[in-house]
Design a protein around this ligand. Structure first.
Ligand code: HEC
Length: 150
């Protein structure tokens, strides 16, 4: 009698735990969103490159830092200026820039060593994590954009 009760409780707890882990959202860092193999490869590479080249300033969770470093996790600037965002990774950015209605004006240093593929991978990561769901930024698209940076 008693052992049956314990079994039922154990089964219930188990399925509850399963239900919780199954509901985990993709918006936080750590989980790769759904997509084909190429998309996932880009995303995983991009996440590592982001940690190496960008997170010092923009933070691992993309929040930025006060009025020094603008946020990426939620950024109307990113949504509106995709070509510009790819270019600024390679060439840096100076002058005033408005993100979500706030003014930022501190230079972002260029990272000229990033290849077209690496920029495509970082873009795929930042455009598909946090609040963004824009799909893969293919290396061909990146090359086309990067050849036209001003
Ligand atoms: C040394 C600090 C630093 C590093 C490293 C850095 N950034 Fe920035 N980033 C800035 C600053 C400062 C600005 C604002 C530039 C301005 O005011 O003109 C900026 C602006 C941006 C913007 C546009 C504004 C926004 O919030 O949407 C994006 C996108 C961005 N950075 C992405 C990146 C990515 C991706 C990397 C890595 C490849 C990176 N940054 C590396 C400091 C940095």
């Amino acid at each position: 009698m008693r052992s049956k009760y314990v079994l039922i409780v154990a089964a219930l707890t188990g399925s509850l735990l399963l239900a919780c882990s199954g509901n985990k959202q993709d918006d936080t860092t750590g989980s790769v969103p759904e997509g084909d193999t190429k998309f996932k490869q880009y995303y995983i590479q991009g996440e590592q490159l982001y940690a190496k080249h960008c997170s010092n300033c923009h933070q691992k969770n993309g929040t930025g830092l006060g009025l020094l470093f603008p946020p990426l996790n939620v950024s109307d600037y990113m949504e509106k200026n995709r070509p510009e965002v790819l270019c600024l990774m390679r060439h840096g950015k100076q002058g005033e820039l408005i993100v979500n209605g706030k003014s930022f004006n501190k230079a972002m240093p260029p990272i000229p060593t990033l290849t077209d593929l690496e920029i495509a991978e970082i873009a795929t990561y930042i455009y598909n994590t946090w609040s963004h769901h824009q799909g893969i930024v293919d290396v061909r698209e990146a090359t086309q954009i990067l050849s036209k940076c001003q």
